[in-house]
Design a protein around this ligand. Structure first.
Ligand code: CDP
Length: 209
């Protein structure tokens, strides 16, 4: 089984894919963490928007980097969307992601991946594709709440601005821009809670079989 979940920042992909992974006993890969890790490693080496530096960081990536401290900070998310616009970086990370989908770790029989281009580029053959969306306002509220619950300092207006900037970068880049695959189920979750999104996803998956 292979499930592709895409969507813009803070749309609730992580919550949904955790539930799907548990329900279907799948390996789960949050591909945003990979771009976040590359951006942090690139920052250590110098300017992350310098292609040579970003490529070196991507080439040196290992699974243990997905536990780096600070990976979930908003700054890492913003830096990630800059390295993610570099085609050579995406090419290197594509291999890592496809390998995960084809050979799910820990003896799992399938995988669920979330990101921006899973249904369009990484796993276009996935039989189940979901595109999770919500208004920028709702997404900013969700991220604000998430950061507060974690005890991080957060300013809602700054989060909203960052989300809008990041969406714009992700949608307008030339390689693998953020967009729903033609055969993806688009779910506007602005008025849905996490359980309702999960129920809608399960319903869509059952209809494909
Ligand atoms: O958690 P959040 O939705 O805020 O972001 P993320 O999924 O961790 O992704 C961080 C950034 O990585 C995104 O803004 C994208 O620019 C980039 N990304 C990508 O280009 N392709 C993916 N498959 C996943 C993330």
């Amino acid at each position: 089984m292979l499930i592709a979940v895409d969507g813009p920042a803070a749309a609730g992909k992580g919550t949904l894919t955790r539930k799907l992974a548990e329900h279907f006993d799948l390996a789960r890969l949050d591909t945003g963490l990979i771009y976040r890790a590359v951006s942090l490693k690139a920052l250590e080496l110098g300017d992350p928007s310098d292609e040579k530096i970003a490529v070196a960081a991507a080439e040196g990536l290992s699974f243990s980097d997905l536990d780096l401290a600070g990976l979930r900070d908003e700054a890492a998310g913003n830096a990630a969307s800059k390295v993610a616009a570099i085609p050579a970086v995406r090419d290197i990370l594509l291999i890592f992601q496809r390998n995960f989908a084809a050979n799910p770790p820990n003896g799992k029989k399938g995988a669920v991946l979330d990101g921006r281009d899973i249904g369009t580029v990484v796993c276009p053959e996935a039989p189940y594709k979901l595109f999770i969306d919500a208004s920028a306002e709702v997404r900013a509220d969700r991220r604000y709440k998430e950061l507060q619950e974690r005890g991080d300092e957060a300013i809602r207006s700054a989060i909203l601005r960052d989300i809008i900037d990041r969406d714009e970068r992700d949608r307008s880049r030339t390689v693998a821009p953020l967009e729903p695959a033609k055969d993806a189920k688009v779910l506007d979750t602005s008025d849905l809670d996490a359980d309702a999104v999960f129920a809608a996803a399960l319903n869509f998956i059952s209809l494909q079989d």
